[in-house]
Design a binder for this molecule. Structure first.
Ligand code: IYR
Length: 250
């Protein structure tokens, strides 16, 4: 199989490398079933977008979580259900959300991340990066990894398996699809009154994947502590760009 045939973008190239043992027999990733009529959602609330943007305006990344009260798992489930409605390449739904609540497991995750972050901050990161991060007041110590009642580890599935487990299936745009789904998760968490922090632990993916016993086709994309802010929690004094700075009309 010449990689040139599939060389549409970098991701495809990566997939070709990953999928060298794919069968040559071609199979559609969706079953070849007739289409069904689309029933559009009724817009009962003409101010929906305005209210939604106001809801989202209140979202902030926080780094200080309280362990109590612990939100119900059913709320987290609803949020992940919402994330699961995201569009994905060829409807492959290439995501796995691992929800961690066990204190012992959170301690192990914290140990892995802090060990790597110490190296990141002291050696790996460019001095300009460390300087750019100074306003966020971060360092390698990650209390939120044991304090937050939930850690959601978001894995992108770089490929999938057919129903009988015998064939690998290409997961197109798995990183973009999983990122979009996680954006929807952030919105749902906000709607549920929960706070979170998007983190991308550098170099920790394989160790965390192994810790959770996840398969090798899954790669860690985002680690999201979720919960309520601790009393006295502060956030950087940031402003957001105005509409005129992010939207261009033609
Ligand atoms: N991952 C590190 C550093 C870090 C990087 C960026 I870009 C941030 O916006 C915040 C932190 C950490 O979590 O400390």
């Amino acid at each position: 199989r010449g990689s040139k045939t599939y060389n549409l973008d970098e991701q495809v190239e990566e997939e070709v490398e990953d999928l060298t043992d794919l069968d040559d027999e071609l199979q559609p990733s969706l079953e070849d079933k007739p289409h069904v009529p689309f029933v559009p959602g009724q817009n009962l609330n003409p101010n929906g977008a305005k209210r939604f943007s106001e809801l989202m305006r209140g979202r902030r990344s926080i780094r200080s979580f309280s362990s109590h009260p612990k939100p119900d798992l059913s709320v987290i489930e609803d949020c992940i259900r919402a994330a699961g409605t995201a569009p994905s390449g060829a409807h492959t739904e290439p995501w796995t959300y691992c929800v961690v609540q066990e204190p012992e497991l959170k301690r192990s995750i914290r140990q892995i991340v802090e060990q790597e972050e110490l190296v990141n901050y002291s050696q790996r990161m460019h001095p300009q990066w460390v300087t750019d991060l100074r306003p966020l007041q971060t360092n390698h110590v990650k209390e939120y990894l044991t304090e937050a009642p939930y850690l959601i580890l978001v894995f992108k599935q770089t490929y999938g398996l057919s129903e009988n487990g015998k064939r690998r299936r290409r997961h197109y745009y798995n990183e973009i699809s999983t990122s979009i789904a996680t954006g929807i998760l952030l919105c749902a968490l906000q709607a549920a009154g929960l706070s979170s922090l998007v983190t991308t632990p550098l170099n920790c993916g394989p160790a965390l994947r192994t810790l959770l016993g996840r398969p090798v086709n899954e790669k860690l994309l985002i680690l999201l502590p979720v919960g309520y802010p601790k009393d006295g929690c502060t956030v950087p004094d940031l402003a957001r760009k105005n509409l005129s700075n992010i939207m261009v009309t033609f």
